[in-house]
Design a protein around this ligand. Structure first.
Ligand code: SF4
Length: 338
C-alpha cells in the first residue's frame, strides 16, 4: 500500500519517499532515569514528494508534523521506517554523511529571529554554507551573498548589519536566502509565515513560489493553517496525533474532504463573504495526548460521526478516490466510491 501510494501520485518517481516512519520519544523518570512512558510523536507516516512539487502537511500543534519535517533532514533518529532521498536512506546514515546530504536539503524555520545567530552579520550568515561545504574563493562567496540578497529583495547594506536590525519579514527573507544558498533540491518550510503579520505573509509566500519556479525545488510545507497550504501545495497530507488521516491532491481535498477532521479544518477557514453560510463541523474537546493515544481511531473522542467500531478498530489509510484520482482517508465511515 505504501509503495503503491508513492507510485500513484508520482509516476516519474519521487525525490523524497518516506515509508512507515515512526518517531517515539522515551519519557524517563526516577533516580535511575528509567523509561516510564513513550511519546508516540509520529506513528507510521508515509509520504512522498516529486521534483518541483510541494507537499503540504497540515494539522494542529502537537500532531507530529514538525517532527516529520525534522526527521526528513536527519535531525531526529527514526524509531522505525525509511526516509529515501534520491535513492539514499537518510534514516540509516551516520551523522557525518547526513551533513553531506543536507547540502541538498534545507529548512526554513518558523521563527526567523531564533534561527539566525544574533552575533553574526548577515554577510557572514549567508557566507557560512559556502564555507562549511568549501565552495568558492572569498571573492566568489561575496558575489554569491550579493546575488542572494538581491534575489530575496534585500539591499547590499544588509551585509554588515545584524539580525536584530531587521523586521520579522526581512529576517524571514534572510532565512530563505540562507536556505537556498546552495541550490537545494528539497526545502522543508516549517510554519514559515505563522510568526509574521498577515500583510507580510503573502509577500513571503509569493517569494517562495517564485523561487520554486526558478530553481525547480521541492517543498515540504508544514503549517496549521489550511487556507495557506491550499495556495502552496500540489498535494496535502492531514495529520492527527502522529498519523496521516487524509492524503490527496490539494484541489480535491478542499473540494471533497472525506475525513471528519479535515472537514472541521476546512469549515474553520474564515469566509470573506459574511452572508455565505458556512458548513458547520463542530469538534468536542481538546486533542488527546500522544503519550496515551485513544484506542481504535485516535480521533473518536472528538468525532461527531463516531460509531462503536471507531473505539475498537484503527482505520487504515485507504484509497477512496474516484475517476482514477487517488484520494486516501483513514475513516470507517467513508463509503467506497462516494
Ligand atoms: Fe470519526 Fe470513526 Fe471516522 Fe474515526 S473512523 S474519523 S471516529 S467516523
Amino acid at each position: 500500500m505504501i509503495e503503491r501510494r508513492s507510485e500513484i501520485f508520482h509516476k516519474n518517481g519521487p525525490l523524497l519517499d518516506v515509508r512507515d516512519l515512526k518517531i517515539h520519544f522515551p519519557i524517563t523518570g526516577g533516580v535511575f532515569r528509567r523509561r516510564i512512558g513513550t511519546v508516540y510523536a509520529v506513528d507510521g507516516v508515509s509520504l512522498s514528494v516529486a521534483p518541483g512539487e510541494t507537499l503540504g502537511i497540515v494539522g494542529e500543534s502537537g500532531c507530529g508534523k514538525t517532527t516529520v519535517g525534522r526527521s526528513i533532514l536527519g535531525l531526529y533518529q527514526p524509531s522505525a521506517g525509511d526516509i529515501w532521498f534520491k535513492g539514499v536512506n537518510v534514516a540509516e546514515l551516520s551523522r557525518k554523511k547526513i551533513r553531506t546530504i543536507r547540502r541538498n536539503m534545507q529548512m526554513i524555520f518558523q521563527d526567523p529571529y531564533e534561527s539566525l545567530d544574533s552575533r553574526q552579520t548577515i554577510g557572514s550568515i549567508l557566507e557560512e554554507p559556502f564555507v562549511i561545504h568549501k565552495i568558492g574563493t572569498k571573492a566568489e562567496r561575496k558575489d554569491c551573498v550579493s546575488m542572494l540578497l538581491e534575489r530575496v529583495g534585500l539591499s547590499m547594506d544588509a551585509v554588515s548589519k545584524y539580525p536584530h536590525e531587521f523586521s520579522g519579514g526581512q529576517r524571514q527573507r534572510i532565512g530563505i536566502a540562507r536556505a537556498i544558498a546552495l541550490r537545494p533540491e528539497l526545502v522543508v518550510c516549517d510554519e514559515p509565515v505563522s510568526a509574521l503579520d498577515v500583510s507580510i505573509q503573502s509577500q513571503i509566500l509569493n517569494l517562495l513560489l517564485d523561487l520554486q519556479n526558478e530553481m525547480n525545488m521541492s517543498y515540504v510545507f508544514i503549517t496549521h493553517d489550511l487556507s495557506i497550504v491550499k495556495h502552496m501545495s500540489d498535494f496535502i497530507a492531514v495529520m492527527y496525533l502522529g498519523k496521516i488521516v487524509e492524503y490527496a491532491h490539494a484541489e480535491d481535498l478542499y473540494k471533497n474532504p472525506f475525513h471528519p477532521y479535515t472537514k472541521n479544518l476546512i469549515a474553520s477557514i474564515p469566509k470573506p463573504d459574511p452572508f455565505v453560510e458556512k458548513e458547520r463541523y463542530p469538534l468536542s474537546g481538546e486533542a488527546p495526548s500522544p503519550i496515551h493515544p485513544p484506542s481504535g481511531c485516535h480521533f473518536h473522542p472528538r468525532c461527531p460521526a463516531a460509531v462503536q467500531k471507531c473505539m475498537i478498530d484503527s482505520p487504515v489509510l485507504t484509497d477512496f478516490g474516484r475517476n482514477g484520482d487517488a484520494h486516501f482517508a483513514a475513516c470507517h465511515r467513508v463509503l467506497p466510491g462516494r
